[in-house]
Design a protein around this ligand. Structure first.
Ligand SMILES: Nc1ncnc2c1ncn2[C@@H]1O[C@H](COP(=O)(O)OP(=O)(O)OP(=O)(O)O)[C@@H](O)[C@H]1O
Length: 249
């Protein structure tokens, strides 16, 4: 049974067609990445999946009692507001301190519980947002360009953490990224979107597909090279390898 099934989805804004006949499914425990140029409908797809926008045509169905955790691109907080990470994670109330430390551990930052939110680095802050999404123990984690503003090492290490989260909690992950070369080693499946689905498959298949290359240019050869490089060396020291791997983009 799929967690999410999207059938022939069309989304329009006035005369603009954002999504045209998009069909896909997300199964339990898989990591699916959506890549696509600006304006290709990636955010519209996520918003249709969480029910924030109504399809013009087609439909989105969820598994019964599906719990979704959402990690936004960014969250603007008032820097002058003195608030600790654990208080931030319990803003809505009803969250136990065990829930908080478990979520922070899953997000890879158990030491940040008492830290001031305004003093976190970009990468630490994104992990706190990840912890916030994990508190409800979601079946599906949605990430919308969650590493914007991080450098390539920061993004790579964040996506590695996502893979760890999937491995420890068993949740499925659907994420949007511009950076196929960074996310691909953490993805089981990649869907390339340009209003419609251009191509999909394993990261290696998508990176070498002519449809993908037509959208992202010939520099994507570097994506494939990096993907192979990482897989040759396993995931344990990906940070280290990212430092030494030249990405041709
Ligand atoms: N609220 C809206 N009103 C009108 N048009 C919209 C609205 N939201 C999105 N669009 C249009 O729909 C198309 C798809 O936008 P969407 O934000 O889904 O793409 P995206 O792939 O997420 O883009 P980006 O990578 O730039 O974030 C674009 O042409 C955009 O201008």
């Amino acid at each position: 049974m799929s967690l999410v099934q999207v059938d022939e989805l069309c989304v329009t804004y006035g005369a603009t067609t954002a999504l045209s006949r998009v069909s896909l499914r997300i199964d339990p425990g898989e990591i699916v990445t959506i890549v696509g140029p600006n304006g290709s409908g990636k955010t519209s797809l996520l918003r249709a999946i969480i029910g924030a926008i109504k399809p013009f045509k087609g439909q989105v169905s969820h598994a019964h009692d599906l719990k979704i955790g959402y990690v936004p691109q960014k969250l603007h907080i008032d820097e002058t507001l003195p608030i600790t990470v654990s208080r931030f994670l319990n803003l809505q109330g009803g969250v136990t301190s065990t829930d908080i430390s478990e979520a922070l551990t899953q997000a890879g930052v158990p030491e940040l519980e008492k830290a001031q939110l305004s003093q976190l680095s970009g990468g630490q802050f994104q992990r706190v947002l990840l912890a916030r999404a994990l508190i409800a123990k979601p079946d599906l984690l949605l990430l919308d360009e969650a590493t914007q503003g991080l450098d390539q090492r920061g993004s790579a290490s964040f996506y590695q953490q996502i893979e760890t989260v999937r491995n420890t909690t068993g949740c499925a992950v659907l994420m949007i990224s511009h950076e196929l070369h960074v996310v691909m080693s953490a993805s089981d499946r990649v869907i390339c979107l340009n209003s419609h689905i251009c191509c999909e498959g394993t990261p290696a298949v998508v990176a070498s597909a002519p449809e993908y290359r037509a959208l992202f240019g010939s520099g994507t050869g570097g994506a494939l090279a990096l993907y192979r490089h990482e897989h040759d060396h396993g995931h344990d020291h990906a940070d280290h390898h990212h430092q030494h791997t030249k990405v041709v983009e």
